[in-house]
Design a protein around this ligand. Structure first.
Ligand SMILES: [Zn+2]
Length: 281
């Protein structure tokens, strides 16, 4: 079994019920991946560098889980049955496509970019199930078991799902063409995390000069909705960082502000850790 993710835990002495995950920063493709799409077009769908930008989380006391394989192969931020019927050859048993699949960006992507189809032929359902078993399930088992163990040990658990967004949406995005703020915080319109947690993170970014918007255009995807359970003191929210803050969006390379943003995220991670330390005490 190949490793499909990296999981970094903090030292026991500073271990907090805090888990960050980055499902879309992976760059690898398995050898069975055959696509008609150029690698530069595949990269636009990925959250490059997000795992590195949040790399100080374990030293602040949080856990950091990040995928090694590309979301253009299978998307860990989708339900395992969010399968696009247009990808399938044969019976459609057990699929439950959502609006993501309708836009061509379900569990397995149909479109890399608007009008750019990923695959020349259709899949048999067992081929998709094999991807789920090898890549989707191990990641979610690691996340679920970590959150469960922390929730047993502490009075609550706090999860942050980390992403990046293009500085301007394309035709597959619900805000097509619009310029985006520095940061979008998603808590499923207030349903997946406590307001005090989200307020604290918003203030941490604003204090450092970043513009922040909540839940538009991103409310949080499958991860936040699946793992957030506020009544049981399980909080889950999403942070989308504008790629223009830290990378050249055409060349996919870090820009001159990369180190400054990484330093700010280190500061913010420590503030989040302080909040969790007090909230879980
Ligand atoms: Zn993402």
């Amino acid at each position: 079994m190949t490793d499909t993710f990296v999981f970094e835990a903090p030292q026991d002495s500073c271990r907090l019920p805090l888990v960050f995950d980055s499902p879309h920063s992976g760059r690898l493709f398995p050898s069975d991946f055959v696509s008609r799409v150029a690698s530069s077009q595949l990269r636009t769908g990925c959250d490059l560098f997000i795992d590195d930008l949040w790399g100080s989380v374990p030293s602040a006391g949080g856990h950091l889980l990040h995928a090694l394989y590309s979301r253009m192969y299978i998307d860990l931020n989708r339900a395992p049955d969010d399968i696009d019927p247009l990808l399938l050859d044969g019976p459609l048993d057990g699929i439950n496509p959502t609006a993501y699949s309708e836009r061509g960006m379900g569990l397995i992507r149909r479109l890399a970019l608007p009008g750019v189809t990923m695959y020349e032929s259709r899949f048999a359902l067992p081929e998709i199930h094999a991807r789920i078993q090898q890549y989707h399930e191990p990641y979610h088992q690691q996340l679920q078991s970590t959150l469960d163990a922390l929730r047993q040990q502490f009075s609550g658990v706090w999860h942050i799902d980390c992403h990046s967004m293009k500085s301007r949406g394309n035709a597959m995005n619900i805000d097509s063409g619009a310029l985006r703020p520095d940061v979008v915080l998603g808590d499923n319109d207030g349903h997946s995390a406590g307001a005090d947690f989200v307020d604290m993170i918003e203030q941490a970014f604003v204090r450092l000069g970043y513009s922040v918007v909540r839940n538009s255009p991103y409310k949080g995807g499958y991860l936040v909705r699946h793992y957030g359970d506020v009544r049981n003191n399980r909080h889950s929210m999403q942070i989308e960082l504008n790629r223009a803050l830290y990378m050249d969006e055409q060349k996919f390379s870090p820009n001159e502000n990369y180190a400054a943003l990484k330093k700010d995220l280190c500061t913010i991670s420590q503030q989040i850790a302080d909040f969790v330390r007090h909230a879980a005490a």
